[in-house]
Design a protein around this ligand. Structure first.
Ligand code: KIV
Length: 266
């Protein structure tokens, strides 16, 4: 049977039955490769500000850039659930602006759903989008758009009070209508509590195997940056070693007059 993208009801129903696999993606070529690997969800993350644009954080990413990259990824996918990140200031100003911007990611970008960072303070924007028929994935814990408030990329939810606050945030997001929830860089015991409490799948990054699924930035899992090695990251390939080797080999063959050879000439 031909593969079909998971729908929101199937994603919600998967909780407790199967672990969800999500990876980020930013262009059509990677989208085709990711779909061939049969992941459950693809996220066009605003992490593109760091891994594509080379910035120190995600704060400079614009709506235009998110729409553009979402369109590129949607072009490369045929049958995978596609989520697009709402960039900084695209949903914080008002629920109306959130709806307009979320609508662009769906209508122009081709996303099936959007993701927004934050708990109680983001709930009204989430509710507005869900009421308009746009599925929303929540994101709690180390929410990178608040990096300056956190004083850096630091584990969140440590200690009883901080954990209670995040649990309250998770409840508020469920009330607002999220269909899934990313938990980033929080302690395992808190991931266990939130995952037990919420009726939607939690998708962890640096939040232990207690979550209902996992997400990684594609460039990180492929080991594209040898110098980036946070504790939570497992590299499933080491392309930072492989890619320069291939390019060096190409350069050597060009310099030595070995490429193009007869097999690669018209
Ligand atoms: O922007 C992103 O890639 C993300 C994931 C790491 C969850 O938000």
């Amino acid at each position: 049977m031909a593969r079909k993208a998971l729908g929101v009801p199937e994603i919600v129903a998967s909780k407790g039955k199967k672990r969800l696999v999500m990876v980020t993606c930013y262009d059509a070529t990677f989208a085709r490769l990711v779909e061939a690997a049969e992941v459950d969800l693809v996220l066009v993350g605003d992490s593109l500000g760091m891994v594509i644009q080379g910035r120190a954080d995600t704060l400079g990413v614009t709506m235009e850039q998110m729409v553009y990259h979402t369109r590129c990824v949607a072009t490369g996918l045929r049958a995978t659930h596609l989520v697009a990140d709402m960039p900084f200031l695209s949903y914080q100003v008002s629920p109306e602006e959130a709806l307009r911007n979320a609508g662009r990611l769906v209508a122009e970008g081709g996303a099936h759903a959007v993701k927004m960072e934050g708990g109680r303070r983001t709930a009204p924007a989430i509710r507005r989008c869900v009421d308009a028929g746009i599925p929303v994935m929540g994101h709690l814990g180390l929410t990178p758009q608040s990096v300056h408030q956190f004083g850096g990329f630091r584990v969140q939810g440590k200690g009883a009070e901080a954990a209670e606050r995040l649990l309250e945030d998770a409840r508020a997001l469920v009330d607002a209508g999220v269909y899934s929830l990313v938990l980033e860089s929080i302690p395992q015991d808190l991931a266990v509590r939130i995952t037990r409490e919420v009726p939607v799948p939690t998708i962890g990054i640096g939040a232990s195997a207690a979550c209902d699924g996992q997400v990684l930035v594609i460039y990180d899992l492929l080991g594209m940056d040898a110098s980036f090695q946070p504790r939570f990251l497992k590299k499933f390939a080491h392309l930072a070693d492989t890619i320069p080797g291939a390019i060096r080999e190409y350069a050597r063959e060009v310099r030595e007059g070995l490429f193009p050879d007869e097999d690669h000439s018209f």
